[in-house]
Design a binder for this molecule. Structure first.
Ligand SMILES: Cc1cc2nc3c(=O)[nH]c(=O)nc-3n(C[C@H](O)[C@H](O)[C@H](O)COP(=O)(O)O)c2cc1C
Length: 182
């Protein structure tokens, strides 16, 4: 992959709601990855995600103040299911999914090499809503695979075959096709 560095408009890298993997660090420094789909782009460089409070992802974000967002595509879709399983911190979801990490530039949590876009985020604030906390992350760095850059600099979700969750928890996914102008 030849990824281009993005310095603004980070939320265009994820468009509406492709399935994402959030990568965080456990207290012992090992890497955790969780699957997420309930999120919104709040501004050009802020993303809010509804994260279950018992999850490793939430606990790691609260402790470290940082995380990365990594967008999933059809060729690596099985990672969505694997990273949604509840496993102890000693088991690496990414190893099981056959994915690799590479260092981030502005946070300690790494990014996933095989994902077409990645965003490095710092914890900004949260709003606890029952079981979930709506965690707002400030995007501080972003990367996009060059061959999937759309006309406006964002992610070409059709060409990249980004996956959308159609039913949950049933593992049914879809990719977008036939974009049209009105
Ligand atoms: C397609 C999909 C979307 C999901 N979206 C969310 C979500 O938005 N928020 C959430 O708390 N859990 C979501 N989950 C469930 C988490 O992936 C699951 O709780 C996982 O165990 C969290 O991993 P962790 O404990 O390593 O953080 C989703 C699962 C799938 C398969």
């Amino acid at each position: 992959m030849a990824k281009q560095i993005i310095t603004s408009g980070f939320t265009k890298l994820i468009r509406t709601k492709p399935v994402i993997l959030i990568v965080t660090l456990h207290p012992d420094g090992s890497v955790n990855a969780g699957t997420f789909g309930s999120y919104s782009d709040l501004s050009a460089d802020e993303i809010g995600i509804a994260i279950g409070k018992p999850s490793h992802t939430y606990q790691n974000i609260k402790r470290t103040g940082e995380f990365t967002i990594n967008v999933l595509t059809k060729n690596i879709a099985s990672a969505s299911v694997i990273c949604a399983e509840e496993v102890p911190p000693s088991i690496s979801e990414l190893d099981r999914a056959g994915l690799n990490v590479e260092p981030s530039n502005k946070v300690n949590a790494p990014i996933i090499k095989e994902c077409v876009t990645n965003i490095e985020c710092l914890f900004e604030k949260e709003m606890v809503i029952g079981y979930h906390s709506y965690v707002v992350g400030k995007c501080v760095a972003g990367y996009i695979e060059e061959s999937f850059i759309d006309k406006d600099g964002g992610l070409d979700v059709v060409k990249a075959e980004v996956i959308y969750s159609v039913r949950y928890p049933e593992p049914l996914y879809a990719v977008l096709s036939n974009p049209f102008k009105v």
